[in-house]
Design a protein around this ligand. Sequence first.
Ligand code: DWN
Ligand code: SAH
Length: 407
Amino acid sequence: MPACRICQTPFEPFLEFGEMPIANGFLTPEEVEDEYTYELSVGVCPSCWMVQLVDHPDPEQMFHDEYAYFSSTSEGMKRHFRGFAEWVIGDLLEDRQDPFVVEIGSNDGIMLRHISEAGIQHLGVEPSQNVGEAAVEKGVRTIFEFFDRGTAEEIVAKDGPADAILAANVIAHIPDLTSVLAGVETLLAPEGRFIFENHYLGDMLDKTAYDQIYSEHIYHFSLTSVSDLLARFDLEVIDVQPQPVHGGSMRYVVAHTGVEDPTPAVEQLRDRERSRGLDEPSTYKRFADAVQRSRDRLRDLLSKLRQEDARIVGYGATAKSTTVLNFCDLGTEHIEFISDATPAKQDKLTPGTHIPVKAPDSFREDYPDYAILFAWNHADEIMGKETAYTRQGGKWITYVPQVAVVD
Ligand code: DWN
Ligand code: SAH
């Protein structure tokens, strides 16, 4: 039986997806033969309630010099991270003399560019060289490393302690959280703040968003599990701020223990998590049943449309779509190609299912009958710019929170 990575309590998986490729492992036809796979399954620890993958690829197999996700591909995310940076500059660092900001997983500089433009001392820690180079071009000071205890010690020795450590959609990606939090404990100034945000477990369960479960998402955080984890260090959550991005995220504001009293929002969320049953195994069983139903409905809908000779394409070659496509066993017999604005994904094949990824021009030149929205978390932005498609009769298919056709 697997054991919890945080507290070593044995647990059983509640959902098994079978063999899966790396979620962002877009590949060329020549690479298909040697494609790497692993068994994707997820469980919840019955002691600290951390939801986690049983098995996962090594971080170096996922984050390297050809990482496919460039954060700045979405205008909505650019706005979100500008707002995040403005809050850090305006509120958090307001009274600090010559502050120093570190971001873990700074990607293409979507957030840190604003800290840099404000003339604030900063450092991005980013192991994926290609996306990190895009940040350097925006004036972001970057080191190409995986953040862990060792990296944190090197940063403190060279640059001193950090007034703010920022991390978006990355802490849940790092298997060895003990090393990460020991690093944060060391690097964070006595009065500093560690602010991280991630997709939120409560939203994932409520929306049956099982596509959030893939190779990079080793953990699915709740306040309950995060609090238990931080209590093992000199760290505690002092505020929680729900965010609408990525289908529902949570921002956790963390300080050294005892530095500041937690806001009432922390206790309120803790109560809500108890009443919504995040610490009850039956909650996860219900989610697993809902996932099976969602898969059957999506498969049935796409098969029916194909029998009617409808043309279906995908929109957004997301990491999330790798789980949906492989778990629902969807290939080119269902989906002709997937449109994506990321050059690094274009003219490649989707992991496992080998559906071609094409530039948005291919979508616009010959509209399909249906477009399945794999980037459902960017629905407003995408539907907003593809109104010509809808006007001429094109329909959207979504599957979160439920399988549906939208005019
Ligand atoms: O946690 C993670 C999040 C932050 O980003 C990472 N592990 C990997 C990645 O996950 P994802 O691929 O599911 O993220 P997105 O933001 O849902 O991906 C959107 C995809 O859709 C990108 O490939 C860009 C593309 N896109 C597009 O083609 N046209 C997006 C928009 C908004 C568009 O208009
Ligand atoms: N923060 C960005 C990027 C999220 S994708 C955003 O929210 O849009 C996850 C990023 O974390 C990738 O760029 C990946 O290379 C990076 N990453 C993965 N493991 C890491 C680690 N141990 N330390 C620092 N960055 C890491």
